[in-house]
Design a protein around this ligand. Structure first.
Ligand SMILES: [Zn+2]
Length: 141
């Protein structure tokens, strides 16, 4: 490989590395049994189906982690990775929000199914803790 090509390779590698989503301290998470129930509910409300076992769950210590919209409780990647901040791994809305991205295979929040169909946003979740959690200003991507 010429020096020029090698430099180019290093540059490309650096650029790719800089774009990757990589919060600090994430650990693999064995999906709790209830996640399968939540997955089934999310398939039902959206009318979509997907492969639960393909998801790689990662837990990031704390209440939120750095993400493109600020601090996030949850984040989905198209590579079937779902990141959840440790404070939220038992929060049905946060976990199912990320599941819905996996079922849709896209980011963004088209309504339906986000809102109508599946009320899986801070504003639409009927569980009662939505407004309070939103005041914490952690986002879900
Ligand atoms: Zn989202």
């Amino acid at each position: 490989m010429s020096t020029r090509r090698r430099l180019l390779a290093v540059l490309i590698f650096a650029l790719l590395g800089g774009c990757g989503f990589d919060p600090a301290g994430e650990q693999p998470l064995d999906a709790p049994a209830v996640y399968r129930t939540w997955w089934n509910k999310t398939e039902a409300c959206s009318g979509l189906s997907g492969d639960f076992d393909r998801i790689e769950w990662l837990v990031v210590p704390g209440h939120g982690f750095a993400c493109s919209s600020g601090q996030c409780a949850g984040h989905w990647e198209s590579s079937h990775r779902i990141y959840i901040a440790s404070d939220w791994t038992r929060n049905e809305m946060v976990v199912r929000h990320e599941m819905l991205h996996e079922l849709l295979r896209r980011g963004g929040h088209p309504d339906p199914p986000f809102g109508k169909g599946c009320p899986l946003t801070w504003a639409t979740w009927p569980g009662g803790d939505g407004a309070g959690q939103q005041a914490d200003s952690v986002n879900i991507e």
